[in-house]
Design a binder for this molecule. Structure first.
Ligand SMILES: Nc1ncnc2c1ncn2[C@@H]1O[C@H](COP(=O)(O)OP(=O)(O)OP(=O)(O)O)[C@@H](O)[C@H]1O
Length: 364
């Protein structure tokens, strides 16, 4: 294998199907979660399959944190079974005749002792499935099966984890149960993850980097925070467009069950969901939940008022509305307003405003 020095995932693939062409050239972070987002048929699964070597793409190139898995120009092509990766699908296909422990152990044999970075015990603990080990797959719920599938993918100590809509087959309640486990993986493991999702909520909670796909091409690739705030990308037109900011809990108001989250642009009060002081968390602020004023109001019910500057105004999919991109101390915010309000406030790039955000609207 040829070695490169960059700590990243480099993927270059061109593939032609009748009526569809994949044409990507990506340089992705070598750690953290990269979300692949795009309409159905935009090529997300095809890209994952090419990365896994399941789709043989002549002329392709793939290097994962310095290890070249495919470089056809040099005659390098690792078959799928030799690529140290984990692949999680919408539904975990477990062996029906093996109990959960045996399912998890299956596949471990091909991982040499010295390459085992994630122990089976650690994977079991991370996904909270210790109590299920002696059960048979048909005695598990869909959510439990999926947690086993994720643990199985982790247990082979992958250098890259591919997740293709791992929560898509689950109902909202089960999704809510599994997301915290995925957040733990994100926080505790150093494995780069490519995560296909249609859900802005999952992307907001898990991703660090965002790749937007359209018709087989990469429309944009960049950090999550910056990408979500771009008015030129279709994401901003979603009903639940908004930004994600990273903050730390710096105060607790036990009388009113509120926590104060400090971020680069100020402070926000959020509902106390059991987080502790100094805990880091992500807040999702939807554009429709942000209103603007020219002076800070103290006679309103809104607890959160942040000083910001208008960066740009952009079109919304509805002619009555406009999207305003703001900067709050280096943190981007989006506000969706009526054009009438924007006109009566006389908003223009550079104008100083106050962004009001209802506490109840903040998503943790
Ligand atoms: N083996 C194949 N032969 C021909 N066309 C294919 C093949 N595999 C995929 N395609 C086509 O490639 C396009 C991209 O499919 P792909 O499954 O990658 O999209 P996707 O973004 O993952 O979609 P979804 O979100 O619905 O899963 C589609 O038009 C699909 O029909």
């Amino acid at each position: 294998m040829t070695a490169t020095i960059s700590a990243s995932v480099r993927a270059r693939f061109r593939l032609d199907y009748p009526g569809f062409a994949l044409d990507v050239d990506l340089d992705l972070p070598g750690k953290g979660v990269t979300a692949l987002f795009g309409h159905s048929g935009s090529g997300k699964t095809t890209l994952l399959r090419a990365i896994a070597g399941l789709e043989r793409v002549p002329g392709g190139y793939l290097a994962v944190n310095g290890n070249v898995w495919q470089d056809d120009a040099r005659g390098v092509f690792l078959p799928t079974h030799l690529r140290p990766l984990g692949y999680v699908f919408q539904e975990a296909s477990l062996f029906a005749h093996l109990n959960i422990r045996r399912n998890l152990e299956y596949g471990l044999k091909r991982v040499a002792e010295q390459h085992r970075k994630v122990s089976l015990a650690h994977a079991i603990e991370l996904l909270g499935i210790g109590h299920l080990l002696e059960r048979m797959p048909d005695a598990l719920s869909g959510g439990e099966r999926q947690r086993v599938g994720i643990a199985r993918a982790l247990a082979v100590s992958p250098q890259l984890l591919l997740m293709d809509e791992p929560l898509a087959a689950l109902d909202l309640k089960l999704k809510g149960e599994i997301l915290p486990y995925l957040e733990r993986l994100h926080d505790e493991l150093d494995i780069p993850v490519l995560y296909v999702s249609h859900s802005p909520d999952e992307v907001a909670r898990l991703a660090d980097h965002l790749v937007l796909m359209e018709k087989g091409k990469v429309l944009a690739s960049g950090g999550l925070t910056e990408s979500l705030a771009r008015l030129d990308l279709p994401l901003s037109q979603h009903e639940d467009a908004g930004v994600v900011l990273a903050g730390t809990i710096t105060a607790c108001d036990t009388q009113w069950h509120l926590n104060c989250v400090s971020f680069a642009g100020g402070q926000l009060w959020v509902r106390d969901n059991g987080a502790s002081l100094q805990q880091k968390l992500r807040l999702r602020i939807l554009a429709r939940d942000v209103s603007l004023t020219l002076t800070p109001h103290t006679d309103s019910s809104i607890l959160n008022v942040v000083s910001a500057t208008v960066i740009e105004l952009g079109d919304d999919h509805h002619p009555a509305l406009t999207l305003v991109r703001l900067d709050a101390g280096g943190t981007p915010l989006l506000a969706r307003l009526t054009r009438r309000s924007a006109a009566s406030l006389d908003l223009y790039p550079g104008r100083a405003v106050w962004a009001q955000i209802k506490s109840v609207a903040l998503i943790q």
